[in-house]
Design a protein around this ligand. Structure first.
Ligand code: NDP
Ligand code: A1CAB
Length: 266
């Protein structure tokens, strides 16, 4: 891919995408330019990924064919005011921020722009991201091919209706955080039973990875896969019963409601 890709904001999410993009071989590091708030971040990412950096958001905005806004939602307004004169007609602008709508981007740029609203996640760092996106009418078929190529370089991507975008953080953007809680809890349980800490993380993580792969690759309903593990009168059903008694599923659903509620306010 020949395009120049810019990132305004180069924190956790931007770096996960940059690492995934470069590792996949889709583009060379020299095709990426980033800006951030502090010099410390720029020095760090230059060293880590051999990408180009700029002290000025406007330089990145003017240079990019595809421009990611990877700053927090509340910073979008000021960043857009700063860069809006620099954007070329052909540039595709992609926000990764929770709660930032296409309508907001169009209003703040106050001209015809090619806008993409996306919600990736940090496993993009290892090429296992899950992203959702939607676009406005200015994004052409060729633009979309490039956008999809970028997102596919660090994982899976699905195009969805914008009205569903606020529900994506809860299910895939933020959910790695709760999966890590689960892995940590599993490892703590292992440690409690005498398994060394590092080994406990390996057992817990591989079990989670394997279970996810079973759902994705066999197409078997998760309930049936759960049933396959629960030997009648065995040990697993005792664990499942204890989780149900403690409201495991209800806790997940409630967490997701909280996440979506907050996303709508961002
Ligand atoms: N973290 C995640 O798992 C996910 C995050 N997102 C979205 O990604 C966005 C960024 O989140 P995240 O990466 O976690 O946050 P971070 O705090 O890690 O990164 C924010 C970045 O923005 C930079 N920044 C702040 N102000 C400015 C400015 N005025 N101009 C240029 N850069 C600026 C910061 O610079 P500096 O480093 O110098 O302080 C930093 O690099 C958010 O909108 C979030 O909703 C979406 C999906 C998942
Ligand atoms: O916590 C947040 O707001 C962002 C959105 C998805 C993951 N992190």
């Amino acid at each position: 891919m020949k395009k120049k890709i810019g990132f305004i904001g180069c924190g956790k999410m931007a770096q996960a995408m940059i690492k995934g993009l470069i590792s996949s071989g889709t583009i060379s590091p020299k095709q990426i330019m980033v800006s951030a708030k502090t010099h410390t971040t720029l020095e760090l990412v230059k060293e880590k990924y051999s990408i180009q950096t700029a002290n000025d958001n406007r330089v990145v905005a003017g240079w990019s064919d595809i421009l990611f806004l990877a700053v927090k939602p509340e910073i979008h307004k000021e960043v857009i005011q700063e860069i809006k004169q620099e954007i070329a007609e052909h540039t595709v602008i992609i926000t990764v921020a929770a709660g930032i709508t296409i309508g907001f981007l169009e209003k703040e740029f106050d001209k015809q722009i090619k806008a993409v609203r996306s919600m990736p996640n940090t496993p993009s760092f290892v090429g296992e991201g899950m992203s959702a996106l939607c676009i406005n009418e200015e994004v052409s078929k060729e633009d979309m091919d490039d956008v999809l190529k970028i997102f596919r370089s660090f994982g899976q991507v699905e195009v969805i209706k914008e009205q569903l975008m606020d529900s994506i953080p809860a299910i895939s953007g933020s959910s790695p955080a709760y999966v890590y809680l689960f892995i940590e809890a599993l490892a703590d349980g292992g440690v409690r039973n005498g398994i060394p800490r590092e080994q406990a993380y390996r057992f817990a993580s591989q079990a989670v990875l394997g279970a996810a792969k079973m759902v994705l690759e066999t197409g078997i309903h998760p309930g049936e896969l759960k049933d396959q593990v629960c030997t009648p009168g065995g040990a697993t059903i005792e664990a499942v019963a204890a989780l149900e008694e403690n409201g495991f599923r209800a806790a997940v659903l409630q967490a997701m409601d909280k996440c979506t509620e907050k996303t709508k306010k961002l």
